[in-house]
Design a protein around this ligand. Sequence first.
Ligand SMILES: C[S@@+](CC[C@H](N)C(=O)[O-])C[C@H]1O[C@@H](n2cnc3c(N)ncnc32)[C@H](O)[C@@H]1O
Length: 296
Amino acid sequence: MRTIVAAFHVLSFPVANPRALLSGDYMPDMLDAIREVVSLNRQETPRSLRIEAAGRDSPVLRRLATQLAAGAGLREDADCGDCVVRVRPTPGSSGWDVLVRLSTRPLSTRSWRVQGHPAAANATVAAAMARLSHSDPEQRVANLMCGSGTLLIERIMLTRARAATGVDLDPKAINAAEQNVAAAKLSGQVRLLNAGVEDDAWLADGPYDVLLADPPWGDKAGRHDESEDLHLTLLRRAHDGAAPEARLVVLTHEIKVMERCMVATADLWRPVSQTKVFHKGHHPRIYVLDRTPSRR
Ligand SMILES: C[S@@+](CC[C@H](N)C(=O)[O-])C[C@H]1O[C@@H](n2cnc3c(N)ncnc32)[C@H](O)[C@@H]1O
């Protein structure tokens, strides 16, 4: 479940609109589902409830939230409620669904994350990137521009590696990565370097079979006008550290920049796939590239 953001209990009701959910006919089923979630989460019991739906501030959905919270003995908290109830039209049918999130916090929340980073990758996306890298315990793995270490930690949690190196030029990011790696109980397995990818220090543990990166997007980290140079540097330096059959997996929101850089480095990397993902309000893509075979 490492790539799943959240799991929900889905209840489907044969009603024409959400107002009908307020009738006594459906309330017991919804309350049973909420109570089940409360009992499933004894270590981190939900204390409050919120509705996530288009029009959640409408009088009908406000009443539904109030009635569900009161019935389940929870506080209603429209912004931060930790028992999450979604209301949506039933896909492909005429009724309405009520979905109750099974966990107090989303599954993307990781216990190893003890230190944040302003531009940290979502751990579920990082886990998907690790899977796309075809992870194998014999691989040497590098996480370039590693920030707080999300991509590297999720990769090693999927399968061990022969070597795992993270490099970032920001000492605060490396400090955060060290703390997260320690919380994940991976300290002996990972080498973290405070350096730019332009520096050769990280090449020492290579050549790498897998290289992972989410360069700054010019949003929370970096500047948009530096993005092209940075993406080009990333692709070229990744190639410098790559084993002959290496795979590079990059997450970026700079789609046009990345595509121009892939054209400019077509002699180094062969595009394999790109996958659009939802990431903290953006729609970045995961690019998978394989090292171009060297010409004799
Ligand atoms: C989007 S953040 C990475 C976030 C990280 N995946 C995480 O989950 O915390 C991009 C990182 O690239 C680093 N960076 C930017 N230019 C770099 C360079 N030339 N060499 C190494 N790191 C660089 C920044 O310091 C920043 O931490």
